[in-house]
Write a protein that binds this ligand. Structure first.
Ligand code: SF4
Ligand code: SF3
Length: 540
């Protein structure tokens, strides 16, 4: 195996024996294979489109679901990945039969083996390192990870019956392009285009979420626990949450959010459920202790899953693109209602959660809410009460070096406001950093995909202040990354023209020195150093 797609990759170089995340070599190789046959399928679907034929949403959903399954900490289940490889090969075969011109298809498009051992053998020759030129490899992987990120967002929109054929068509034509010989310049151009479609994907999900559940609004979220047994729901899938809330009404079971599900509390549609109690715990990487002390069942709707301890393995459930061997999986396709009754029945027999903390946090500052406060915000900037905004969106992770973000938030001058989204927020959202004339100093827009809101807010401020360039705004960017959704968020910001983004705690291992240089020279991308120097650099 060789995998270097996330920030925690071994020695910041690559996982080769097993993943730091817990992914086995076997699963890693099968995932390489799944990505490869998905590229093959995409070559066929792209050619079908060029022949003027309809590809259909089944293909689109298969592609995005496949890529989503290979995101860090989403699916550790070898059998589930193998099954998806077979499904993809089957779909490819059906589509090839519809082609008028099936000549010159790639090996990935024509591959039809179904024997698992044969597939595993083949996987060893088509992985990341099969591309020998390190710059081409770097760019192709950067694009692949961006496509994984936007596929995850697209899939969440799809379950809310929102599709964008143009986005799916781009995802597939790009995957197909990655099978071809390309120059560095061509791949740099495709990287930027991927970012542009990243904005489209995040906008699609934003309209799907707000269309279904209303616009997020300022909300106090409870951090303590009640006396009823509870179900803890994690991940990004709001439709799963909606179904769970519906099915738990009148059962005496409360529902709590974990990690990336916290922002669900900000949506008006979920406030009407009396058993939607609050948020329990912190970011994904603390789940071992927090799931143990929660005492009740846990539903993982997306990444990030950590290998469960025996103490709670029998009460954790996966759904959607997630999976873990030996962990129960709840099925249900787009348009179907999932049956969570076994989770609810289990919860009834469990003790109430053990309290971790008390109090509350405040969030809900997505674009609509911030626009409603625009006058107040603009006045505060004009009067000098707010000197600078610092975007600190992204991910949290295990590494001790991420304490930097807590210290950075604490050390920021009192006339600065943090704009955040994603699970990076757990490093500082509970610090009580105060407010500026009633505007909290930490404004949480929501999940990582709600970084889209942060971009809209920046564009709105640019308009209000009549600036020509988004980079003239008093906004600095200090982003923490972990997995591939952060990659698409980064590419999306670059495509919007944002410069001088600081990325940490380390720069991605998949950026070769030359590719990193392209990003430094054209976009001013930089790493982080220490709190004191970075404060003076970013807000000094
Ligand atoms: Fe390693 Fe990250 Fe890949 Fe897991 S996802 S195998 S930790 S690089
Ligand atoms: Fe990612 Fe696990 Fe935090 Fe959506 S999902 S942000 S790391």
């Amino acid at each position: 195996m060789f995998c270097y797609q996330c920030q925690e990759t071994a020695r910041n170089s690559g996982c080769t024996l097993a993943g730091v995340c817990g992914k086995s070599a076997e699963v890693s190789n099968l995932m390489d294979m799944l990505v490869w046959v998905t590229k093959g399928l995409s070559q066929v679907s792209t050619r079908l489109r060029s022949e003027g034929k309809d590809v259909g949403s089944e293909v689109n959903h298969l592609v995005t679901f496949n890529l989503f399954s290979t995101i860090t900490n989403a699916n550790f289940d070898d059998q589930a990945i193998y099954t998806r490889i077979l499904l993809t090969i089957d779909m490819k075969t059906r589509l090839i039969a519809q082609l008028a011109d099936a000549s010159n298809l790639s090996e990935a498009a024509l591959y039809v083996e179904s024997d698992r051992r044969t597939i595993e053998d083949k996987a060893r020759s088509i992985g990341v390192l099969s591309e020998k030129n390190e710059d081409i490899r770097s760019l192709k992987e950067l694009i692949t990870y961006g496509l994984k990120g936007v596929s995850a967002y697209s899939k969440h929109a799809n379950v809310l019956i929102k599709d964008d054929e143009a986005l799916d068509s781009f995802i597939q034509s790009s995957l197909a392009a990655l099978l071809e010989k390309k120059s560095v310049d061509e791949l740099v151009a495709l990287t930027l285009e991927t970012g542009k479609w990243g904005v489209t994907g995040m906008a699609l999900l934003d309209s799907a979420n707000t269309g279904a559940y209303g616009n997020p609004e300022i909300t106090e979220v409870k951090l303590g626990v009640g006396k009823n047994p509870g179900i803890l729901i994690s991940g990004h899938d709001l439709r799963d949450l909606k179904m769970l809330l519906e099915q738990t009404q009148g059962t005496g079971v409360d529902v709590y959010t974990h990690s990336e599900m916290l922002p669900a509390h900000y949506y008006p549609a979920f406030k009407k459920y009396p058993n939607f109690v609050g948020n329990y715990g912190n970011a994904w990487w603390k789940q071992k202790q927090e799931f143990a002390s929660f005492n009740g069942p846990i539903l993982m709707t997306t990444n990030c899953i950590v290998a469960p301890d025996a103490s709670y393995k029998d009460r954790i459930f996966t759904t959607g693109a997630t999976g873990f061997p030996g962990v129960k999986h709840i099925g249900g396709d787009i348009g179907e209602t999932k049956d969570f009754s076994q989770i609810i029945e289990m919860a009834k027999k469990c003790e109430a959660p053990t309290e971790l903390e008390t109090g509350k946090l405040v969030g809900g500052f997505a674009h609509n809410q911030v626009f409603a406060l625009a006058d107040k915000v603009v006045d505060a900037v004009k009067s000098g009460a707010i000197k600078k905004f610092v975007v600190m969106a992204g991910c949290d992770g295990r590494s001790k070096s991420r304490d930097y973000y807590t210290e950075f938030a604490k050390a920021l001058p009192k006339d600065t406001v943090i704009l955040t989204a994603g699970c990076a927020k757990y490093k500082y959202i509970k610090l009580n950093l105060g407010d500026i004339g009633g505007i909290p100093r930490v404004l949480d827009a929501g999940q990582c995909n709600d970084s889209y809101s942060l971009a809209l807010i920046a564009l709105k401020l640019k308009e209000v202040f009549a600036l020509d360039d988004i980079n003239e705004l008093p906004i600095a960017y200090n982003i923490a990354w972990y997995e591939q959704k952060a990659v698409i968020v980064l590419l999306a910001l670059l495509s919007l023209g944002v410069k001088n983004i600081h990325l940490g705690p380390t720069l991605p291992a998949f950026l070769s020195p030359n590719v990193a240089n392209v990003l430094v020279e054209n976009f001013g991308i930089a790493g982080i150093s220490n709190v004191e120097d970075d404060i003076s650099l970013l807000v000094g």
